[in-house]
Design a protein around this ligand. Structure first.
Ligand code: PMT
Length: 396
C-alpha cells in the first residue's frame, strides 16, 4: 500500500512513547500521507498539541466538544475524512476502551464512527502487555480486523526490558507501506455450523461457534485480500473489511459458495458443514406421540470437494476436524478431495470447537507445518501467512 495521498488520523494516547509521535507524523508526511492528529487528555501531559499542529500542518482538535469542527462534530468529520486510523502509542487503557466500545472522548468516539481500517502500535510496560486482560482485548480487536504493529522487545521505561516497546516511527511507516501478503487477491471462506431442519422448529447442527473461520477471515482482510465470508448461523460481528453472506443449511452454503467460487483466488473451508441432513423435513412441528422415532438422513453435497474439482478453480484449503489419527485422516482428505492444503485440528471436549484457542497441523502433498496452540486470532494470522506462501509458490 502506498501512503501517497492517504488521509491518516493519528491518535496519540498517554504513554511515554508519545514523545516519538511527532517524528511519526513527519515520517508519514515524508511518505506522502496527509496526517491529522487527535490527542487524548493523558497524551497532552506528554506532548503538546502545538507540537503536533506544527508537524502535521493541521490544527489539533480540542476534544469531543471542539466548536470549530463542522456542526461541532469533530468525531464525524474525522471519521469520514480518514482512509486509515492509526493509534501510536496505544496504551492498555486505549485497547480496553476500543475492545469494549467506549466512546467518552474524541479518539474513542471517532474509532466507533469510522469505517476506515484501524491500526494500533501498542506501547506499555511488559507486564501490562502480558496481562490476560490486555491479551484478551488484543484477541477481541484482532478478531474484528484491527491490525497490530508490535509491540517490539527491548528496553522499556522504568529501567526494564521486554515486550512492550512501541515500534520506531520508520518501522511503522514501513509496515503500513508494505502491500499485504494477499493484496489484490479474493479469498472465499466458509465458517460456522450449518442447521439442517428436522421440522418447522427443530434442526440438526454441531458445536461450531464460527470463531476459527471468522479469525481466518479477519486475518485474510488484514493481509490485504478482498474477503467474502459465507457464514452459517453464529453470534459474531462481521470483521472489518469482510463481506458476509449469511446462510443456514448445507445446501444454502453450497449454493452461495459455488456462486462465488469462480471469482476467488483462494478458498478456505473452515465451516463445520453437516455431512447429513434430514431427508424430508416436516413443514409443521412433529408431535411427541410415538415412544421413539427415526429420522432418515441423506448426504449433503461436499462444498470443499466441489470447489476443488472446479476447472481452473481457486487454491483449495480445507480444514479437518478429527478426534483420532488426526494427520492420517487429514491427508486422506487432501487426496480424496484433491486439495492444495489442509489445516487439521483435534476436536473433542474443550478442543477445537467453541474454544478461544486452537492448534493446527497444516499438511500438503510433500510438506507439513505445525502451528502451535495460540488464540484463534493469532493462529489465523500464521495460517494466512502460510497459505499466502504456498499460494505464491503454486503460481511460480
Ligand atoms: O467454529 P469454531 O468453534 O471456532 O471451531 C472451529 C472448527 C473446529 C469448526 C474448525 O477449526 C474446523 O475444523 N472446521 C472444519 C470442520 C469440519 O467439518 O471438518 P471435516 O473434517 O468434517 O470436513 C473436512 C472439510 O470438508 C472441511 O473443510 C469442511 O468445511 C468441508 N466440508 C465438509 C462437509 C461438507 N458437506 N462440505 C464441506 O465443504
Amino acid at each position: 500500500m502506498t501512503l501517497q495521498g492517504k488521509r491518516i488520523v493519528l491518535g496519540v494516547t498517554g504513554g511515554i512513547a508519545a514523545y516519538k509521535s511527532p517524528d511519526l507524523v513527519r515520517r508519514l508526511r515524508d511518505a506522502g500521507a496527509d496526517v491529522r492528529v487527535v490527542l487524548t487528555e493523558s497524551a497532552r501531559r506528554f506532548v503538546s498539541a502545538l507540537t503536533f499542529q506544527a508537524v502535521s500542518a493541521h490544527p489539533v482538535p480540542e476534544g469531543l466538544w471542539d466548536a470549530s469542527a463542522a456542526q461541532g462534530m469533530a468525531h464525524i468529520e474525522l471519521a469520514r475524512w480518514a482512509d486509515l486510523v492509526l493509534i501510536a502509542p496505544a496504551t492498555a487503557e486505549a485497547m480496553a476502551k476500543l475492545a469494549h466500545g467506549h466512546a467518552d472522548d474524541l479518539l474513542s468516539t471517532l474509532c466507533l464512527a469510522t469505517e476506515a481500517p484501524l491500526v494500533l502500535a501498542p506501547a506499555m510496560n511488559r507486564v501490562m502487555w502480558a496481562q490476560p486482560a490486555t491479551q484478551s482485548n488484543r484477541a477481541l480487536l484482532e478478531g474484528r480486523g484491527v491490525r497490530f504493529l508490535g509491540p517490539g522487545e527491548g528496553p522499556l521505561a522504568e529501567a526494564e526490558s521486554g515486550r512492550g516497546r512501541m515500534l520506531e516511527p520508520l518501522e511503522i511507516v514501513a509496515a503500513l507501506s508494505e502491500p499485504g501478503a494477499l493484496a489484490g487477491l479474493t479469498v472465499l471462506i466458509t465458517a460456522g455450523p450449518t442447521r439442517e431442519p428436522v421440522d418447522a422448529v427443530r434442526y440438526v447442527s454441531n458445536r461450531s461457534s464460527g470463531r476459527m473461520g471468522y479469525a481466518v477471515a479477519a486475518a485474510a482482510a488484514r493481509a490485504g485480500a478482498k474477503v467474502v465470508l459465507v457464514s452459517g448461523p453464529v453470534d459474531l460481528p462481521v470483521p472489518a473489511g469482510v463481506e458476509r453472506v449469511s446462510v443456514e443449511t448445507a445446501a444454502e452454503m453450497h449454493a452461495a459458495t459455488m456462486a462465488r467460487a469462480a471469482e476467488a483466488d483462494i478458498f478456505i473451508g473452515a465451516a463445520a458443514v453437516a455431512d447429513y441432513a434430514p431427508a424430508e423435513p416436516a413443514a409443521f412441528k412433529i408431535k411427541k406421540s410415538a415412544p421413539a422415532m427415526n429420522i432418515e438422513l441423506k448426504r449433503t453435497e461436499d462444498i470443499l470437494g466441489s470447489v476443488a474439482a472446479l476447472d481452473g478453480g481457486p487454491f483449495a484449503v480445507g480444514f479437518a476436524a478429527e478426534t483420532e489419527d488426526v494427520e492420517a485422516n487429514a491427508l486422506r482428505k487432501v487426496e480424496e478431495k484433491g486439495l492444495d492444503m489442509i489445516a487439521a485440528n483435534r476436536v473433542g471436549p474443550g478442543e477445537g470447537f467453541e474454544t478461544d484457542d486452537n492448534a493446527l497441523v497444516v499438511l500438503w502433498r510433500g510438506g507439513r507445518e505445525e502451528l502451535a496452540r495460540a488464540p484463534k486470532s493469532e493462529l489465523a494470522g500464521r495460517l494466512i501467512d502460510l497459505i499466502a506462501r504456498r499460494y505464491a509458490e503454486s503460481r511460480t
